[in-house]
Design a protein around this ligand. Structure first.
Ligand code: ELE
Length: 280
């Protein structure tokens, strides 16, 4: 029952990655029961990072732990393979990638994309399937065709879709906060962006599920959902920077536009709402 957190990428005023803040953040998450750090995911604004920034995020996380999954996806195949080679020289759990998005391409190109990653990678290769964002659904049949995928993070409200990967005997995670209870019960764990600012609630949820305390688990899942939904009008990713600061007690820097920073009065409003739900 892993809890995997796709970590925020902390930026300074100049828009550069702030390394010390990454380390403080990763250390805190591990202390609060998080098992695996996912770098360059959606929450980490992976598609908005340069190749060098992706490498930097990996190395900063690896300075603290080797329980890392390295997201290498890009629309430039040379960049993807360069990142995979970079990973080969390092110790970690796996490399992961979303499929090439934006362009209309036939399925066989998606298969080829992942096969090339597998050929070059010394590490396990995980699929990051997020059809709502990429417009591509790499489902169980396509994963079978690829043939070398060792794990999948399916960000998908269709839980039945996620369960199907289990048929292949690969590590399977759902990437939605509101399905964490189901992910703990049926899958290998969960991948939760909201774990950046409320890791202890996900750890507690896992304990309730482990103990078979369904009532408490459902109550906590519903509380998590309310908190998570509160952040939507503020921009989920932008919100998280301020919620880490206020609820975890240290600075993780600024978001990178177009994930715009929030005005302090909006932050105050958001934090108050979240605190009220948390303590209810
Ligand atoms: C989530 C997505 C989902 C976490 C990542 C993740 O950040 O890489 O806005 O809730 O659909 O799957 O961030 O985002 P929402 O895996």
């Amino acid at each position: 029952m892993d809890i995997i957190v796709p970590i925020l990428t902390p930026f300074n005023e100049k828009g550069e990655i702030d390394g010390e803040k990454v380390k403080t953040h990763v250390e805190n998450l591990l202390k609060k029961g998080i098992d695996v750090i996912f770098v360059n995911g959606t929450t980490g604004v992976g598609p908005a990072l340069s190749k060098d920034e992706k490498k930097k995020m990996l190395d900063l996380a690896l300075d603290v732990t080797n329980k890392v999954i390295f997201q290498v996806g890009s629309l430039n195949m040379n960049e993807v393979l360069d990142l995979v080679k970079y990973a080969n020289e390092r110790d970690m759990i796996a490399v992961a990638s979303y499929p090439p998005y934006y362009f209309s391409i036939p399925k066989e190109f998606i298969v080829k994309y992942f096969k090339e990653i597998c050929e070059v990678s010394k590490h396990s290769v995980y699929l990051y399937n997020y059809p709502g964002a990429t417009g591509k659904d790499v489902d169980v049949n396509l994963v079978k065709e690829i043939g070398c995928i060792a794990g999948v993070k399916d960000t998908n409200p269709d839980f039945a879709h996620t369960i199907k990967y289990k048929e292949l005997g690969i590590k399977t995670y759902n990437g939605l906060e509101n399905l964490a209870i189901a992910s703990f019960s049926v899958l290998d764990g969960t991948v939760v962006g909201a774990g950046n600012y409320m890791p202890e609630l996900f750890s507690q949820l896992r304990e309730y599920v482990k103990a078979g305390d369904v009532k408490k688990a459902v109550e906590l899942q519903l509380k998590i959902d309310k908190i998570d939904e509160t952040t939507i009008p503020y921009g989920k990713i932008s919100s998280m920077y301020y919620l880490v600061r206020e609820l975890q007690g240290y600075d993780v820097g600024l978001p990178r536009p177009p994930m715009f920073p929030l005005e302090e009065n909006r932050v105050k409003e958001l934090v108050e709402k979240v605190r009220n739900i948390w303590s209810s």
